[in-house]
Design a protein around this ligand. Structure first.
Ligand code: C5P
Length: 215
């Protein structure tokens, strides 16, 4: 496929990454999980006792950070951190890191670089609205907070999470609020984006809906 750009945005747990991964395989294009990039910077802050509310310290940390995607792995400073970035502790702190404009500039540069000469599907919050406003296709996935919380709960349980569903739903609601209300490149439905409500739909149904629009 030529240098096609597909943007998949929406709130936490709406099914973006699951769907984007499958579409990437079907179309034989690259998949970039942009949330993983903000999570990696957050993980590095937590590992180095940098307070995520201390913007300058976070910016300095982000400038010294290398993030890379290879073979379905995410590398933070050359180390694979696929699981470490998915903990609830990272989730609880990531939106404070992601609202910092300078951090976003660094991540967005990387995302645009990857999209420059590649066919790629990216999932995130601002892909269709800010990173690639001229994307070939834009999707906005939504679902109720309860359904999104349940999906994350099942995912985390498989990785040994022993907290409550309520804690996860609260984290999702809180993150959506910070992500939607931040000043710079907030979570919004981009102009021209096709909205899909994934509540009550299984993965195949959503994939079919997306593919129908692309073909
Ligand atoms: O997609 P995921 O839930 O892993 O994203 C984690 C967090 O990263 C989001 O809650 C949001 O704060 C931030 N993010 C963002 N912009 C993106 C992708 C993710 O601000 N493009």
């Amino acid at each position: 496929m030529e240098n096609i750009i597909i943007a998949v945005d929406g709130p936490a747990g709406a099914g973006k990454s699951t769907i984007a991964k499958i579409i990437a395989k079907r179309l034989n294009i690259n998949y970039i999980d942009t949330g993983a990039m903000y999570r990696a910077v957050t993980l590095k802050c937590l590992q180095n006792n940098v307070d995520v509310k201390d913007e300058n310290a976070v910016i300095e940390m982000a400038k010294k950070t290398s993030i890379d995607f290879r073979d379905n792995n995410i590398y933070l400073d050359s180390k694979i951190v696929n699981d470490e970035i998915r903990t609830l502790e990272v989730s609880k702190n990531v939106s404070d890191v992601a609202k910092i404009k300078e951090v976003r500039y660094l991540m967005v540069d990387l995302q645009r670089e990857i999209g420059k000469n590649n066919a790629v599907i990216l999932d995130g919050r601002d892909i269709g609205s800010y990173v690639f406003p001229n994307a070939d296709y834009k999707f906005f996935l939504v679902a109720t907070p309860e359904e999104r919380g349940k999906r994350r709960y099942i995912e985390l349980k498989e990785k040994g999470y022993d907290g409550t569903l309520e804690d996860i739903i609260n984290d999702i609601i809180r993150r959506d609020e910070i992500d939607s209300n931040r000043e710079f490149a907030p979570l919004v439905k981009a102009e021209g984006a096709i909205e899909i409500d994934t509540t009550g739909k299984d993965i195949d149904q959503v994939v079919d809906l997306v593919l129908q629009k692309i073909k």
